[in-house]
Design a binder for this molecule. Structure first.
Ligand code: ZN
Length: 223
């Protein structure tokens, strides 16, 4: 049975539409948040690249928007981890984990490096803070087993043209895990939203696959 996991970064307004699709198809997912970016009001700007406004959700929206989903730590303010002091990085990681646990009343076990930027020292800080895994922005198929869970690579980004090839490869692998990720703001046109809906529906309908929570891939290592 293929275990399928997905995660989404940055806590933005398009997560609302994305989550409607996930709920419709009974899909599990983790959302990687930066507590300092969620203020009293939504904060954002028009993006020339994506040709739309991208906003971080307001603090008061978060519990409703993400109800029933897993939350992971994406650091406090989304800095480049290797470009700040290790002491500042520790504060970014530890404070964010505390706040997210307080806000969502769930143990925060996952981490995602802002910009995928990490090295051995920044990864060690994440491990020491109590996380079971930390995701980079590199790709690897099969993504599991992983030598160091603090250097976890996903199979691919959700827009990857080889998505279904990699899905099939993951299915044939011994560990049988397929992991994809993205930002909901990367869904722009109605066609892209429809394709995404179909993608989630196809996975949910696959009798040889099941949605799994990311921390559950690592739970046994800590039992
Ligand atoms: Zn990010």
């Amino acid at each position: 049975m293929l275990k399928v996991v997905q995660c989404w970064d940055d806590g933005v307004n398009d997560d609302i539409r994305l989550i409607e699709i996930l709920r419709k198809h009974g899909a599990k997912a983790s959302f990687n948040l930066n507590p300092a970016t969620h203020g009293e009001l939504r904060q954002g700007a028009y993006s020339e690249r994506w040709e739309k406004r991208i906003e971080r959700l307001a603090r008061h929206e978060l519990n409703d928007v993400y109800a029933g989903f897993t939350i992971a730590n994406h650091s406090m303010t989304h800095p480049w981890p290797t470009q700040i002091s290790l002491a500042d990085w520790r504060t970014e990681v530890v404070d964010a984990r505390k706040i997210l646990q307080d806000w969502f009343q769930q143990e925060i076990l996952g981490f995602v490096y802002p910009y995928g930027d990490c090295d051995a020292a920044t990864a060690e800080v994440v491990r020491e803070a109590g996380h079971l895994y930390a995701r980079t922005t590199k790709n690897a198929t099969p993504c599991m087993p992983v030598a160091d869970p603090m250097m976890l690579h996903a199979d691919c980004h959700f827009h990857n043209e080889r998505f279904w090839d990699l899905y099939a490869q993951a299915k044939a692998s011994e560990a049988g895990v397929f992991y994809f990720w993205g930002h909901s703001f990367e869904l722009c046109t109605e066609g892209e939203w429809a394709d995404f809906d179909a993608k989630i529906a196809r996975i949910s309908a696959d009798a040889e696959a099941q949605w799994v929570e990311l921390p559950d891939l690592f739970a046994c290592e800590s039992c």
